[in-house]
Design a protein around this ligand. Structure first.
Ligand SMILES: [Cu+2]
Length: 473
């Protein structure tokens, strides 16, 4: 991994500097002559092999050389790939063994973000995968259809390992969602998009992970925006409804997403499941770790082109060229899922997100300690957690083992958007604001040897202390 060094000007960096001489660094790299013209890469669907009634998914964590730029190989990590990993398609009710073998030269972990698993199978900082070893997460899938993901959670190194390329999508299917007339042909009208941004070394042979203290706090934001490991790729869409499964897979960049000309689209799912009904919008704010499934209707847009944009940083993620054909046309239903009523809490807790000096981020004035348990929950009991952002920068809050509900923002229940009234595991908290969530864990446990974690999912904040642990018994 590249540490901060003096820039050596090559002809390639000269291109970057000249094209980036506007009022900010927006759109450098994208559009440069040395950017590959590529089709949107679609992560491979990983096939399982059945052994003794258990579906086994075998994954190898490897070093690689990934081609982001024309004629340049960039050192990277991946999972059976030079960058990112295959998509796991899991069915509710099936018993699986997800087997990760660590072929890196350093230890790591692999967390199943959004999967409702016992603490021992969570892949958190406590389930280290040593160099050369295999770790298996064995469990029976027990949750609604949704888009989750897997990524390292190694104490103090999560940000670096994700930055190098370790992440992949997990799609959970269930019979209720399969019965709906939703686009569900993977890679055709059901498209996972892992959205990220990266800095590169001057010669682009390495990714540059070297945040300053200011960047630790305000976000380590790359100039180059990438989707599924590609810079400004092109996707040829059928002239019909297309479902995009969006993941903010960045370390610490807020993405305000939308399309050119402000075309409207419908959000159908939040982190952990379908919404009650589609929500129309033209902008979608996703904080790091959050997912949203959206449906865009290209039925009347044959032969037109669109761009998926990020408006806070004025970047283009990808171009969508609509074909003049469509097969297996779908019609988005008006209602999608029925949600459980929000449970009445039996106790409340408060978590204050703050910092204690440069590069030390805290929850309730404490930095993360793997040997400290911060809260003990009882299975089945609902709790109200108030999470308060005491800083002038964005944070969010992720809870392991839980699909929580957002009930108020700044004590205002009306401030909770329709699109965040479904099941969630990450909630954004703007500067100096607060949220209240209802956390209830019914069917899994976590003891002090393999506790669950709660943390800010801005990975620089998490790695520098903004994390805590809890048990469920
Ligand atoms: Cu944070």
């Amino acid at each position: 991994m590249k540490r901060r060094t003096f820039l050596k000007l090559s002809s390639m960096t000269a291109v970057v500097l000249f094209t980036g001489c506007g009022d900010d660094e927006s759109n450098i790299d994208q559009g440069s002559a040395d950017v590959l013209a590529v089709a949107l890469p679609i992560p491979t669907l990983l096939h399982s092999t059945q052994r003794n009634g258990v579906m086994h998914y075998d994954l190898n964590i490897v070093e690689g050389n990934h081609q982001f730029f024309d004629g340049v190989k960039t050192k990277s990590y991946g999972i059976d790939s030079s960058y990112l990993g295959p998509t796991l398609l899991l069915k509710n009710g099936e018993t699986v063994s997800v087997n990760y073998t660590n072929n890196l030269k350093e230890d790591t972990t692999m967390h199943a973000h959004g999967m409702r698993l016992p603490g021992t199978m969570d892949g958190s900082a406590h389930q280290v995968i040593k160099v050369g070893k295999t770790w298996s997460a064995q469990y029976t899938v027990n949750q609604n259809a949704c888009t989750n993901w897997y990524h390292p959670h190694y104490m103090g190194k999560t940000a670096e390992h994700v930055y190098e390329g370790l992440a992949g999508i997990i799609i959970v299917e269930d019979s209720e969602s399969s019965a709906l007339d939703l686009p569900n042909r993977y890679g055709v009208d059901d498209i996972p998009l892992v959205l990220q941004d990266r800095k590169f070394s001057a010669d682009r042979t390495e990714m540059d992970y070297s945040p300053t203290n200011m960047e630790l706090s305000r976000g380590y934001i790359g100039e180059t925006f990438i989707v599924n490991g590609a810079i400004a790729p092109t996707f040829d869409a059928e002239a019909k409804e297309i479902r995009f499964r969006l993941l903010n897979g960045s370390n610490s960049t807020m993405y305000e997403l939308g399309f050119n000309e402000n075309i409207s689209f419908k959000q159908i799912a939040s982190d952990n499941g379908l919404l009650e009904a589609p929500v129309s919008m033209s902008r979608l704010l996703l904080s790091p770790g959050e997912r949203a499934e959206i449906v865009v209707d290209f039925t009347d847009a044959a032969a037109e082109s669109f761009t998926l944009k990020e408006f806070r940083h004025d970047k283009t993620f990808m171009t969508i060229n609509v074909k003049d054909t469509a097969t297996a046309v779908t019609t988005l239903p008006d209602t999608l899922a029925s949600l459980e009523p929000v449970a009445t809490p039996v106790r409340s807790r408060r978590f204050e997100l703050d910092m204690a000096g440069m590069g030390r981020f805290t929850i309730n004035n404490k930095v993360m300690d793997l040997n400290r348990i911060d809260a003990n929950l009882n299975q089945g009991e609902a709790e109200e957690w108030e999470v308060v952002n005491k800083m002038n920068v964005d944070h969010n809050f992720h809870v392991h083992g839980s699909h929580f509900r957002v009930v108020s923002r700044n004590n205002n229940t009306a401030a909770v958007k329709k699109s965040e009234q479904g099941y969630k595991d990450v909630v954004h908290i703007p500067p100096n604001e607060s949220v209240k969530i209802i956390v209830q864990i019914n069917d899994v446990t976590a003891d002090a040897n393999a506790p669950f974690m709660f943390h800010c999912h801005f990975l620089e904040h998490e790695d520098h202390g903004m994390m805590g642990q809890f048990t469920v018994s």
